[in-house]
Write a protein that binds this ligand. Structure first.
Ligand code: IMP
Length: 191
């Protein structure tokens, strides 16, 4: 069993990623490793934030770890909310407020194309590796579904007529940005 720290305290993300990693790996949270401070993410790009978070954990523990950063990039909004996805509407992670603001900013826009992009920074034996996963889709006119989190109720992946929030965790993981990035990470870790 390989233990590795995942630099997140988001329970949804933890279980999504653990499901993709499978039984050979045990994910540890920062809290389990005695890190209770907020992990900073102050960089202007997903790559920068993932790297900053992984280094923050590595500097304090010296243990193998990884961090991810995800953004919803809407083509007609020049890539917004992008790196600001978590704090689009407010200072906190208010998913409903974010979704309301996104729909408001897309009023009258017919080009609904968007993508989720995840970047993972892995620090393994002191060396950093980056992995990326993407899923293309479009922003619905209104939210639907109750699964998942964040912008899931508004995101309809290409080839589907339902949102991420109408999918089971397994179905979402198979095609999602994070699922794809994590599978690249797992392939690398398994060697
Ligand atoms: P984070 O960098 O992974 O914490 O993601 C930043 C923000 O992007 C989150 O607060 C969510 O609003 C959104 N987000 C990230 N991953 C997903 C997802 O899988 N579905 C929907 N929204 C997501």
């Amino acid at each position: 069993m390989t233990e590795i720290i995942f630099a997140t305290n988001n329970a949804h993300k933890l279980s999504e990623v653990q499901a993709v990693l499978g039984e050979g790996f045990r994910l540890l949270t920062p809290r389990e490793c005695g890190i209770c401070e907020d992990i900073p993410e102050t960089q202007p790009s997903l790559e920068g934030n993932a790297s900053q978070k992984a280094h923050f954990i590595y500097d304090r523990t010296g243990r193998n770890c990884f961090a991810d950063d995800t953004g919803l990039e809407v083509y007609a909004l020049d890539g917004a909310p992008g790196v600001h996805s978590a704090r689009y509407a407010t200072d906190g992670h208010d998913f409903e407020a974010n979704n309301r603001l996104l729909l408001k900013n897309m009023e009258g826009i017919t080009d609904r194309r968007a993508r989720f992009r995840t970047v993972i920074s892995l620090i393994l034996d002191g060396r950093e590796y980056l992995f990326e996963g993407r899923v293309e889709g479009r922003i619905a006119e209104e939210p639907s579904g109750a699964e998942g989190f964040g912008y899931d109720p508004l995101f309809i992946p290409d080839g589907y007529s339902k949102s991420f929030a109408e999918m089971s965790a397994e179905e979402k993981n198979e095609i999602s940005h994070r699922g794809r990035a994590v599978r690249k990470l797992v392939e690398f870790l398994r060697g």
